[in-house]
Ligand binder design. Structure first.
Ligand code: HMG
Ligand code: MG
Length: 326
């Protein structure tokens, strides 16, 4: 280890580059008890961009009563309109009304969000699974016709708090429906963080068998049981090269109480850097950003890497110097 970075030890059979899809400003902040001021959100996004992130999910155009923490989407967009056009700033859009609002604010990248289960479709979208797909269909068609890039999330791919185990075939069916609608990319959500690496490999194999190209897949792991990084490695070994993560490990879903924070971007960057995989992210700047955000939220970051690099774990009684002090 040198200069707060791990020694490079490339392992074979992994993608040479990984695209990090940063979800901190959306997934990270949608679950906060208090609403973060819009100026702080805008600064967070600017700082993430300065740290080298090139895809940053900015907010949601959902019903403001359903997610009050992101009800300021209209106020946020003008505050980040100075960011360069090569940056992707996707926003969540559930329906035609959401798309209208997003388009009116110049959004060029959108994400619809389906569920692999009936229970979560009902809890999160107030629809049955097939009604929710019917709601997304015209949104994706119109967005594609207007030249937008469209991501389709599939939540509860690995387990559901109401239904328990989720059959692989059920996940595959929803993935295929979203691809057939025209989604450019699918993100496989482990909303409550119950996946383990063998399960990840099995789902990816089932998707391949059903003709879903790995190049169109991303993974989205919440870290409830500490498995997010192991699950990510399993996905990389399968050829997945887009990984969702949240700066500092913020995150959760207000409509799935057992959901905790996402895979922390810093933990991901640390592992990828050690594996010799490029991400373009400056780990020191990113860590500073998460430390700054932790200060705004009034609690320490749950990311192990942020805690190690900022010396948060070096309290009285420990004789280990923090990396910052070395
Ligand atoms: P609904 O109550 O069924 O809405 O909610 P509706 O279609 O019956 O419409 C009712 C009223 O809401 C209408 O107004 C609409 O215009 C208005 P009225 O005519 O009565 O005056 N309305 C809207 N207003 C503003 N923006 C809109 C909008 N839509 C309707 N977009 C709805 C249905 C889908 C809107 C609601 O369920 C909703 O907003 N859900 C969003 C929940 C959410 O954001 N969850 C968190 C994100 S998902 C997640 O975190 C998982 C993920 O991270 C992946 C993973 O971890 O697995 C992505
Ligand atoms: Mg999520």
């Amino acid at each position: 280890m040198t200069d707060g970075l791990p020694t490079r030890f490339p392992a074979g059979g992994l993608p040479p580059e990984v695209r990090i899809y940063e979800v901190g400003p959306r997934d990270g902040l949608q679950n906060e008890q208090s609403t973060v001021p819009v100026e702080v959100k805008a600064e967070f996004i600017h700082r993430l961009r300065d740290a080298g992130l090139r895809t940053i999910e900015a907010t949601s155009f959902v019903h403001p009563k359903w997610v009050p923490q992101l009800a300021d989407a209209e106020q946020l967009m003008p505050l980040i309109s100075d960011l360069p056009r090569d940056l992707r700033l996707p926003v969540l859009v559930p329906n035609a009304r959401g798309l209208e609002r997003a388009v009116a604010h110049g959004c060029r990248d959108i994400a619809v969000f389906a569920s692999a289960t009936e229970s979560f479709a009902k809890a999160n979208l107030n629809r049955t699974l097939s009604e929710s797909l019917a709601m997304f269909e015209p949104v994706v068609t119109r967005a594609k016709a207007e030249g937008q890039w469209v991501r389709g999330y599939v939540s509860m791919c690995f387990g559901d708090p109401w239904e328990g185990a989720v059959p692989l075939a059920q996940v595959v069916g929803v993935c295929r429906a979203l691809l057939e609608m025209g989604c450019d990319e699918l993100s496989l959500g482990d909303t409550i963080g119950v996946a383990t690496p063998g399960h990840v490999s099995a789902l990816l194999a089932a998707l391949n068998e059903a003709g879903v190209p790995t190049g169109q897949l991303a993974v989205h792991f919440h870290d409830t049981y500490g498995q997010a990084l192991s699950n990510t490695l399993a996905a990389l070994q399968h050829g997945v090269a887009t990984v969702d993560a949240s700066a500092g490990g913020l995150g959760g879903c207000p409509y799935a109480k057992s959901a905790t924070g996402n895979l922390a971007t810093e933990d991901l960057v640390w592992m990828l850097r050690g594996l010799g995989i490029d991400t373009g992210v400056d780990l020191a700047r990113l860590t500073d950003t998460s430390d700054w955000m932790a200060g705004r939220l009034g609690r320490p970051s749950p990311s192990r890497t942020v805690r190690a690099l900022t010396g948060a774990d070096t309290g009285p009684g420990t004789d280990q110097p923090s990396h910052k002090e070395q």
